[in-house]
Design a binder for this molecule. Structure first.
Ligand code: AP5
Length: 213
């Protein structure tokens, strides 16, 4: 199964990705996580680091290469969930070409999480991530346990958040008609408890009560 999660920053892609991947037994492939890992290990080029921290999008070729290398790893043989890729129409075209060149697998569903902008801003500014496990918390709705070693993302500062939301509206929103035309797009309300949102996603993709592949 190949799933794609799209939606603005803070829509809950990472949160839903973890819940859906556990259900279907497929790996989560998050370009944001891969780039942050490269940043931590000091292998991310300085020009990309600056773009990321300020809330801009990296050039398409930088992220397409990451996906091309990751999707041929053995744990992807039964499918995967893409979180944060594609984000532009050229990236979506590149994904189609990549899948065709890797044996012709097809995307099963593209899920768009809908959340209004004021709530997105509120979610991002209060997000904290566990440095060791990657678990995502919200200081108010889903507070981290005492003693957790937390990270506050550089791009969750208010000015970077505004830039990321603008970039989504300018670039990524164009993906929606692209996938709508291919009859792959499922729009899901992303407001509510994470488990409720997961339930809506599973219903939308025709897998209600799904417990695994
Ligand atoms: P990336 O890491 O992909 O960031 P993003 O798309 O901005 O999305 P976020 O991770 O901010 O939000 P999310 O939707 O995953 O929400 P989350 O579940 O964490 O990318 C970062 C950067 O990398 C980009 O800006 C760009 O520079 C670069 N990049 C990455 N991919 C790229 C690409 N393809 N092309 C070019 N550049 C690329 O939830 C957010 C908060 O809300 C959390 O606190 C969470 O606890 C809370 N929350 C989640 N769900 C709920 C709920 N249902 N109710 C209440 N609170 C909730």
């Amino acid at each position: 199964m190949i799933l794609v999660l799209v939606g603005p920053p803070g829509a809950g892609k990472g949160t839903q990705a973890k819940l859906l991947c556990a259900r279907f037994g497929i790996p989560q492939i998050s370009t944001g996580d891969m780039l942050r890992e490269a940043k931590r290990s000091g292998t991310l080029e300085k020009r990309y680091l600056d773009i990321m921290d300020s809330g801009g999008l990296l050039p398409d070729e930088a992220v397409i290469g990451l996906i091309a290398r990751r999707t041929v790893e053995p744990d992807c043989s039964n499918g995967f969930l893409l979180d944060g890729f594609p984000r532009t129409v050229p990236q979506a075209d590149a994904l189609d070409e990549l899948l065709a060149s890797q044996g012709g697998a097809r995307i099963d569903a593209v899920i768009q999480l809908d959340v209004a902008r004021p709530l997105l801003e509120e979610r991002l500014i209060h997000r904290r991530t566990d440095k060791l496990s990657g678990q995502i918390y919200h200081l108010v709705y889903n507070p981290p346990p005492l003693g957790a070693e937390l990270e506050h993302r550089a791009d969750d500062r208010p000015e970077a958040v505004a830039k990321r939301l603008d970039a989504y509206e300018a670039m990524t929103a164009a993906l929606l008609p692209f996938y709508e035309q291919k009859k792959l797009l499922h729009r899901v309300d992303g407001v509510g408890k994470p488990e409720e949102v997961t339930h809506r996603v599973l219903s939308a993709i025709g897998r209600p009560g799904s417990g695994g592949e």
